[in-house]
Design a binder for this molecule. Structure first.
Ligand code: ATP
Ligand code: MG
Length: 439
């Protein structure tokens, strides 16, 4: 992609309305623009990152055996009346009326609707276990939308729902999602700690919040250092076997947030030399809530013995749009964003520092084409900005690699390959630079 054809409205100044670094950097890097309070336009660069995040989440949901579907954003109030939540949800729910004066709402979550879908298609124990998920925009009229996409009013969520015949089945689903979440966040280079949580308005009996570590996070975390060192991607995960050993390992090591338990419990549970206190951001939340929705909405299945029982359910959310901000909170420096390779909007930024020089242009055009042929995504700065402005913009948007092409190097047959995260630079022939990126 040529920068001259790419819509990238970066800003030099830090916008005064942004209080936290991810919000500042997302505005400065031309990723988002506010449409109204807590509601954002996703510009090409921001949209590309969000799609990469979505794809990792999707691959890990599929790996765990979940089926993707899509429900509407606008729901009828009827099912919510049956579950009792139409009244309970309060002002966070955006209520609308259609032309026939029917009560509708913009979904803040989807337990009622998915229960109704399951009910329409499942009759017996043969239809479970079922895991159904979607990516869909949610609307919650937060009292204080803030921190950009981290606490928006409209936000993109992956929401998954499990259906099982009994408690044991539901726990097996819960463990699958627990492990899928560890893998999902690890693939984004994030260290996620599942902490036991209160269930809140979704309600229920068992719940974990997944908090990713970031020094600027809102939540204070207390945990055992072994959980920080544990690398889930190092271990083979077979979703057809029982995942109890992995989940037990995590839940038996202390991990709590400041609002769930007191400091004293932490000190009682974890030896002094193994205690870790960090800050984190909640990016995912899993719940087991049993028959809370299946009973009022009458989602019953027949057991092998012919008995009719309400299905046991769980729900599993990931804040996809919040993750964009959370990743920036975890990975940035003074100059800008530092994307992990797995979510980067482009892997390489190709910078021509003298676009008027025909040799520089020929070298760049050639590299641009060969990178694209090799399937390496590249943003090619072919504009006539000053070298200083180009470098600053590349650092700001945080692509993992930069290839810098200038007249002196081109004469000597070299380009410069810079690694954004470490700042390491190497003079290489264009061929070696390509080979390095392909390795
Ligand atoms: P929080 O405690 O942050 O208000 P929640 O408990 O209300 O979140 P859930 O209903 O569990 O959130 O939603 C699942 C995920 O959706 C959360 O873990 C979070 O990542 C994301 N999320 C929730 N509210 C917002 C929001 N206002 N803006 C962006 N993402 C959100
Ligand atoms: Mg929560």
């Amino acid at each position: 992609m040529r920068l001259s054809r790419y819509f990238l409205p970066t800003l030099k100044e830090t916008p005064h309305e942004a209080q936290i670094v991810s919000h500042q950097l997302m505005l400065r890097a031309g990723m988002i623009r506010q449409a109204s309070a807590g509601i954002y336009n996703w510009l090409p660069l921001g949209h590309a990152v969000m799609q990469n995040i979505e794809q990792i989440v999707r691959e890990e949901q599929n790996r765990a055996g979940a089926n993707e579907l899509l429900m509407p954003t606008i729901q009828s109030a009827e099912l919510w009346r049956q579950s009792g939540r139409y009244e309970d949800y309060g002002k966070e729910m955006l209520r609308v009326r259609d032309r026939h004066d029917r009560e509708m709402l913009y979904g803040p979550t989807n337990e009622e609707l998915i229960t109704d879908i399951f009910k329409s298609g499942a009759k017996s124990y043969r239809d479970v276990p079922a895991l159904l998920y979607q990516f869909q925009w949610k609307f919650r009229d937060e009292v204080r939308p803030r921190f950009g996409v981290m606490r928006g009013r409209e936000f993109l969520m992956k929401d998954c729902y499990s259906f099982d015949a009994d408690y044991e089945g539901a726990m097996a689903a819960y463990r699958k999602m627990f492990v899928a979440y560890l893998r999902t966040f690890a693939r984004m280079n994030l260290k996620a700690i599942p902490v036991e949580a209160e269930s809140g308005p979704i309600g229920g009996n068992l719940s974990h919040e997944f908090c990713v570590l970031a020094d600027t996070g809102e939540t204070e975390l207390f945990t055992h250092r072994d959980l920080i060192d544990y690398d889930i991607l190092d271990r083979p995960v077979d979703y057809d076997t029982d995942l109890r050993s992995i989940v037990d390992y995590w839940t038996s090591h202390y991990a709590r947030t400041d609002d769930t338990h007191e400091q004293a419990v932490f000190e009682e549970q974890v030896p002094a030399d193994q205690r870790v206190q960090r800050r984190g951001i909640e990016v995912g939340h899993i719940f087991y809530f049993g028959t809370k929705y299946s009973e009022p909405l009458e989602a019953y299945i027949s057991t092998r013995e012919g008995e009719s029982v309400p299905v046991h359910m769980g729900s599993y959310g990931i804040g996809v749009s919040r993750l964009v901000g959370a990743i920036i909170e975890a990975f940035h420096d003074e100059a800008g964003i530092i994307w992990p390779e797995s979510v980067a909007p482009f892997r390489v930024g190709l910078v021509n520092i003298r676009s008027t020089d025909s040799d520089c242009r020929a070298t760049c055009d050639d590299l641009h084409e060969r990178l694209q042929d090799a399937g390496i995504s590249v943003l090619y700065d072919d504009t006539d900005e000053s070298p200083g402005a180009k470098f600053a913009q590349m650092d700001l948007i945080g692509l993992p690699w930069q290839i810098v092409v200038g007249p002196r190097g081109v004469q000597a047959g070299t380009v410069e390959l810079k690694h954004r995260a470490t700042g390491e630079r190497q003079e290489l022939s264009p061929e070696s630079a390509l080979a390095k990126l392909m390795a």
